[in-house]
Design a protein around this ligand. Structure first.
Ligand SMILES: Cc1cc2nc3c(=O)[nH]c(=O)nc-3n(C[C@H](O)[C@H](O)[C@H](O)COP(=O)(O)OP(=O)(O)OC[C@H]3O[C@@H](n4cnc5c(N)ncnc54)[C@H](O)[C@@H]3O)c2cc1C
Ligand SMILES: *[C@@H]1O[C@H](CO)[C@@H](O)[C@H](O)[C@H]1NC(C)=O
Ligand SMILES: *[C@@H]1O[C@H](CO)[C@@H](O)[C@H](O)[C@H]1NC(C)=O
Ligand SMILES: *[C@@H]1O[C@H](CO)[C@@H](O)[C@H](O)[C@H]1NC(C)=O
Length: 501
């Protein structure tokens, strides 16, 4: 017995030593390799020993506390290519980061030990006004995109409303905003991209030059195939004026509001976008209309009639596109210009489901139950419903988003909590996590929109059952083949990246 114990101990020590020296050998190799990359700025490489490491590694959602080997901020495609080769040679996973808003912290790797390639230096912007095409760096944040497009002749590209979200992740996974029903998602409006591949080569990805990859990147592109540095995007002249209205109802009208949203939403004009915010105390329907208040009234009256009761509060605002964008930013807690990565204030768990039809009474009941039974701690829990449809269902080019054609609305199940002082990355509110998990599990168990759960890849969720099916439907085999052709050694990987065949 004694001997076997001794043997075992020696064996496990030996194993530990081998593992330890192996593990330690890797970062030295990687860091040395990264340090050899000529870079214009001193702070382009952030390592665990750097004082900037903690603020640099945490994304928007401080609940995720992953420890990358390093964070590298390339200033050119060539530098990015060198960094990717350093990682590949050292068997380190590469995680691209644009705005850092991944719901699962995947742009920090989604686990310890990745190389984060941060695209914040890719802020280039130009506008071809003859052809209405914007060229935009992947590290640009939506708030800055709104501003630059406005200042360059009052243009827009179809994107969401949260100023700090990055163009990169947003565009590769979808990107719904207030002109989505009119012009489609950001992903649908991408005309071509520049991508650095796992073997360090730099490619233009367009329908002509690389149709398979062009198809895959638009919808399934976040973190799986390569590092996209630049997008050429269809731009549009802004509508004028733009009217927004927020109709507020009491929570007991939820069934009627949801029914109006589903039934009227199916037939509403594409100039109208709609978002429902519902928490314990109130229901807010936020409509945006690409036109005047007078025109808008006709578009929203059917919703109010369907609900059968006037809202107890109505706030109309008619103005320019830029004024509206500024207000959306404020509602998301930011100015358009101050859009920056998180500062360890947001602790969040978000999940989502797509629906193709009216919710059942049981589903409405479950929502009521959970919204009325939030954890007692200082938390903020709610659901957010976006109306899809319109041009989203009629893209001009096929993409890896096509399995979601016909979706009527998405529901996000969100909960935020605050951390103790000082802010503590990774801080978990266990009751919040349980609320979120139980809520969504119950919604999934009575899912009424089909035999298979469907959800939005830009609200990616580690616990999503049958996640690849939910996000990519039957497209997965094709995506895996494309993955094999462009990244055969799986350099671009995170816990839910497209796997090799
Ligand atoms: C507060 C908030 C508001 C949001 N509002 C909306 C909304 O209105 N509409 C909507 O559709 N979505 C919305 N989202 C979801 C958002 O679109 C996704 O989280 C999106 O992936 C974020 O992009 P990012 O560049 O900020 O994130 P990141 O975390 O940087 O990236 C997300 C994923 O894409 C990968 N990736 C990032 N950049 C690149 C690149 N250049 N090349 C290759 N892979 C890359 C990352 O590795 C990661 O896996 C919101 C999210 C948050 C947190
Ligand atoms: C990541 O590394 C930190 C610090 O070394 C450690 O505390 C944590 O448990 C690691 N996380 C995982 C998932 O291994
Ligand atoms: C983080 O940013 C928010 C919003 O800009 C701000 O209100 C808050 O004071 C900041 N917190 C810290 C710790 O810097
Ligand atoms: C590198 O990868 C790209 C993208 O898949 C491919 O087109 C190219 O042939 C590869 N080049 C080399 C030298 O392997």
């Amino acid at each position: 017995m004694q001997l076997r114990w001794a043997q075992r101990t020696i064996l496990s020590w030996a194993t530990a030593l081998i593992i330890l020296s192996y593990v330690q050998a890797l970062p030295v190799g990687l860091l040395k390799c990264l340090k050899n990359i000529r870079s214009r700025s001193e702070s382009s490489l952030v390592t665990p020993s750097s004082p900037l490491y903690d603020t640099n590694r945490i994304g928007f959602n401080s609940y995720f506390d992953h420890r990358p080997r390093a964070i590298f901020h390339p200033a050119s495609e060539e530098e990015a290519a060198s960094a990717i080769l350093c990682a590949a040679a050292n068997h380190v996973a590469v995680a691209p980061r644009s705005g850092g808003h991944s719901y699962e912290g995947y742009s920090s790797g989604g686990r310890n030990g990745s190389l984060v390639i941060d695209l914040s230096q890719f802020q280039q912007f130009s506008l071809d006004r003859r052809n209405n095409i914007a060229t935009i760096g992947a590290g640009t944040r939506l708030g800055h995109a709104y501003t630059r497009l406005w200042e360059n002749g009052e243009y827009l590209i179809p994107v969401g409303t949260c100023p700090s979200v990055g163009v990169g992740g947003h565009g590769l996974g979808g990107g719904i905003g207030v002109v989505g029903r009119k012009h489609g998602l950001l992903t649908h409006n991408i005309l071509s991209m520049t991508m650095v591949a796992a073997n360090g080569t730099i490619h233009t990805v367009s329908p002509a030059s690389n149709p398979d990859l062009f198809w895959a990147l638009r919808g399934a592109g976040g973190g799986s195939f390569g590092l996209v540095t630049e997008f050429r995007v269809q731009a549009y002249e802004v509508p004028s004026p733009v009217t927004t209205v927020i109709l507020t109802y009491k929570p007991d009208k939820m069934g009627a509001v949801l029914s109006a949203f589903a039934k009227q939403g199916k037939i509403a004009t594409e100039d109208l976008s709609a978002t429902l915010y519902i928490d314990k105390k109130k229901i807010e329907i936020e409509f945006t209309y690409l036109g005047s208040q007078a025109q808008m009234q006709g578009a929203i009256d059917p919703f109010i009639e369907h609900i059968g009761e006037a809202p107890f509060q109505t706030e109309f605002e008619e103005g320019t596109w830029f004024q509206a964008a500024t207000r959306w930013g404020q509602r998301a807690g930011s100015t358009l210009e101050a859009a920056s990565i998180g500062n360890m204030t947001f602790y969040h768990r978000g999940r989502s489901l797509f629906y193709r039809d009216l919710l059942s009474e049981d589903e409405v009941g479950v929502i009521e139950k959970y919204l009325q039974n939030l954890p007692k701690e200082k938390t903020w829990g709610y659901i957010l419903i976006d109306l899809w449809g319109g041009k989203i269902d009629r893209p001009s080019e096929p993409s890896a988003f096509d399995n979601h054609k016909g979706v009527l609305f998405s529901i996000q199940f969100d909960i935020f909590w605050s951390s103790p002082h000082p802010p503590t990355p990774g801080f978990a509110c266990e009751a919040c996590l349980k609320w979120s998990a139980d809520f969504v599990k119950e919604m999934q168990s009575i899912y009424s929109s089909g035999p298979i759960l469907e959800a939005y890849q830009n609200y990616i969720e580690r616990d999503m059952p049958d996640a690849f099916q939910a996000y990519y439907g039957d497209q997965l085999p094709r995506l895996r083949q494309i993955k094999k052709s462009v990244d055969p050694r799986n350099v671009f990987r995170f816990p839910q990246s497209i796997p090799l065949p």
